[in-house]
Design a protein around this ligand. Structure first.
Ligand code: CAA
Length: 307
């Protein structure tokens, strides 16, 4: 079985045999009214070809996922999210990928959850199918760092998706916002929690209650984005450079660093510092800690073993 198909089976997604069918269809978690995701495999067993995303490896150790549903400004439909989760899980298990870059187009990172898909949903259907829960796979199962490069619209679920990333970069003119209130609803993919943690209660409450947009420049100033770039080209180049820097470090240390920083969002200070110290102690058991500190003492470049 193709490794991606095996992986998806392990993660709960059901594929036909890619080898025999040539085409694998994801069928679970998709209400029958929704379009099915078709993941095609090349006859040579190469990378899967997706319908709503593009997957590339632009630099050594860097896997890039580009949301690619231009006619709907990358609106996040269930099939798109299913493909995104499949690609993330493939990069997560790939020994050659250290960092993942998630981006959209210059015009839109993502204009939100798919309003046309959501419009007819009922409470019982959303509740019983745990609608939108699969979006959280990104935050719960991804151990490798994720950089979001945001240009254009990042609204509703698009803003929430960007806020799930470990590092958020954007253009100064990016258009962030949680406009759900204008649709008679509220953020549903973590916006009320992550935006509030990122910019503070006062600003988050104003933004969520009014549905007002905020710019990339403001996102950087308020601490939601790590950096805001002048142009789209600078954003992409800056994001790739940061990804390459991180990909150049010990995978063990990088995973541990991501884990401890993320814990700060869930734990109080005392427990968080205790957790950090435990992980710090654990790293004395890694080869890369010996390699890194030895290389410093001997004034040479560290050659990581990722052990
Ligand atoms: N869902 C589905 N389709 C969308 C969409 C969305 N979120 N956003 C845009 N589109 C579609 C439009 O319907 C349109 O399709 P058609 O050509 O078939 O009519 C196409 O994308 C282009 O959009 P516009 O013509 O509206 O483009 P514009 O440049 O005039 O405006 C925009 C751009 C301001 C982003 C506008 O499209 C817009 O306001 N979109 C909706 C933004 C929004 O409300 N997002 C929140 C969704 S709810 C949510 O995300 C819930 C959650 O928390 C998970």
């Amino acid at each position: 079985m193709h490794p991606t198909a095996r992986l998806a089976v392990r993660s709960g997604l059901r594929f036909q045999s890619a080898a025999t069918a040539g085409i694998a269809r994801l069928s679970r978690f998709q209400p029958s009214t929704l379009p099915r995701v078709v993941v095609r495999y090349s006859s040579t067993g190469g990378s899967p070809q997706y319908e709503f995303i593009q997957v590339t490896e632009p630099r050594p150790g860097v896997g890039q996922i580009t949301l690619n549903r231009p006619k709907a400004l990358n609106a996040l439909s269930t099939p798109l999210i299913t493909e995104l989760n499949s690609a993330l899980s493939t990069f997560q298990s790939s020994p050659t990928t250290s960092v993942i870059l998630l981006t959209g187009s210059e015009k839109a990172f993502a204009a939100g959850a798919d309003i046309k898909e959501m419009a007819p949903l009922t409470f019982s259907h959303a509740y019983l199918t745990s609608f939108i829960e699969s979006w959280s796979n990104l935050t719960t199962s991804l151990k490798k760092p994720l950089i979001a490069a945001v240009s254009g619209h990042a609204l509703g679920g698009g803003c929430e998706l960007a806020l799930m990333a470990d590092i958020l970069y954007c253009t100064k003119t990016a258009n962030f916002g949680q406009p759900e209130i204008k649709l008679g609803t509220i953020p549903g993919a973590g916006g009320s929690q992550r935006l509030t943690r990122a910019v503070g209660k006062a600003k988050a409450m104003e933004l969520i209650l009014t549905g007002k947009s905020f710019s990339g420049e403001e996102a950087e100033r308020w601490g939601a984005a790590a950096r805001a770039f002048g142009t789209y080209e600078e954003l992409m180049e800056g994001s790739l450079k940061t990804a390459e820097v991180i990909a150049g470090y010990s995978k063990v240390a990088v995973q541990a660093a991501k884990e401890v920083v993320n814990k700060s969002q869930d734990l109080g200070l005392r427990d968080g510092v205790e957790f950090e110290r435990r992980v710090f102690h654990a790293l004395f058991g890694s080869e890369d800690q010996k390699i890194g500190m030895g290389a410093f003492a001997e004034k040479r470049k560290a050659e990581w073993k990722h052990q």
